[in-house]
Design a protein around this ligand. Structure first.
Ligand code: FE2
Length: 279
């Protein structure tokens, strides 16, 4: 059966893509951030996963406020991105994994999740930036990607408990898939940040560290928060923690934290990175 070997939480902010394109990763502002990715890239190179399941949110490229699925999953043979106006260069197409996508869809619907199924969808920086970070020089041609999209833009948003449960259902679906593929799950976005309003620039790194601790030892404790709690404690866009919870939900066994980094502020966010091994 397919096996989930680990999960990675990572920032996905567009400024990272622009910094990679401009080759300024070694400047004082970025160095600690990019240095944090070296061990994760090495782990990925060593393990060579066949499939990446990637939780992200669409910031308006394909799903704007007028049509916003709560949960969506890609079932396309290939995914393209497009210019979002952030100055990030488009990346080469990402290869899909339709067979496992459809298996996950079948299992989700059977288990009372009803995602929007996307057989054609453009993917934004929420997906492309972490992929480019994990695979330097966009060297992700050998890996197949399944995008899982969670609404983090328009209220009402799914509760953290629901996103964790979605991850659990996806994890169970992967484990029941009759292949021998190695799967890695990425939860992207966050951590604490607020981009607009009176509290623009707000960060709460103490809470971010607590979340990263709980993601290792007691993820269910994080499911007690409501969306309103997260907005208050972690900022309006701190709700992107939901993607990290989806990732953690997929990890079926006990986990061990193999690597962590938290740098703030990076483009007005607390930029987290965490590698969790599924034991
Ligand atoms: Fe985001």
């Amino acid at each position: 059966m397919a096996k989930i070997i680990g999960g990675i939480g990572s920032s996905h902010i567009p400024a990272i893509g622009a910094a990679m394109d401009r080759g300024i990763g070694d400047t004082p502002y970025w160095k600690d951030f990019f240095d944090g990715y070296v061990p994760v890239r090495e782990w990925l190179r060593r393990e060579g996963p066949d499939i990446v399941i990637l939780f992200y949110n669409d910031h308006g490229l394909e799903m704007f406020l007028d049509k916003k699925p709560t949960f969506a999953i890609g079932a396309a043979p290939e995914y393209h991105n497009a210019d979002e106006g952030w100055g990030i260069k488009p990346i080469p197409p990402v290869t899909g994994e339709t067979e496992l996508s459809w298996h996950i869809v079948d299992e989700l619907v059977e288990n009372d999740f009803d995602p929007t199924v996307c057989q054609e969808i453009k993917v934004d920086h929420g997906l492309t930036v972490p992929l480019s970070l994990m695979y330097p020089g966009n060297s992700y041609q050998g890996v197949k990607v399944i995008p899982v999209c969670i609404n983090c833009e328009r209220h009402p948003m799914p509760k953290p408990s629901r996103c964790y449960a979605l991850g659990r259902a996806i994890g169970a679906a992967v484990e029941s898939f009759g292949g021998d593929q190695k799967v890695v799950v990425l939860g992207t976005g966050g951590l604490s940040h607020q981009l607009d309003g009176e509290r623009a620039g707000f960060l709460n790194t103490e809470f971010d560290r607590e979340c990263m601790d709980k993601l290792v030892s007691d993820p269910e404790a994080l499911t007690a928060y409501s969306i309103e709690d997260l907005v208050e404690i972690a900022g309006a866009q701190g709700v992107e923690l939901n993607m990290w919870l989806g990732m953690r939900g997929c990890l079926t066994g006990r986990v061990r934290e193999a690597h962590r980094n938290l740098v703030a502020p990076i483009s007005n966010t607390a930029a987290g990175l965490q590698l969790l091994l599924n034991e």
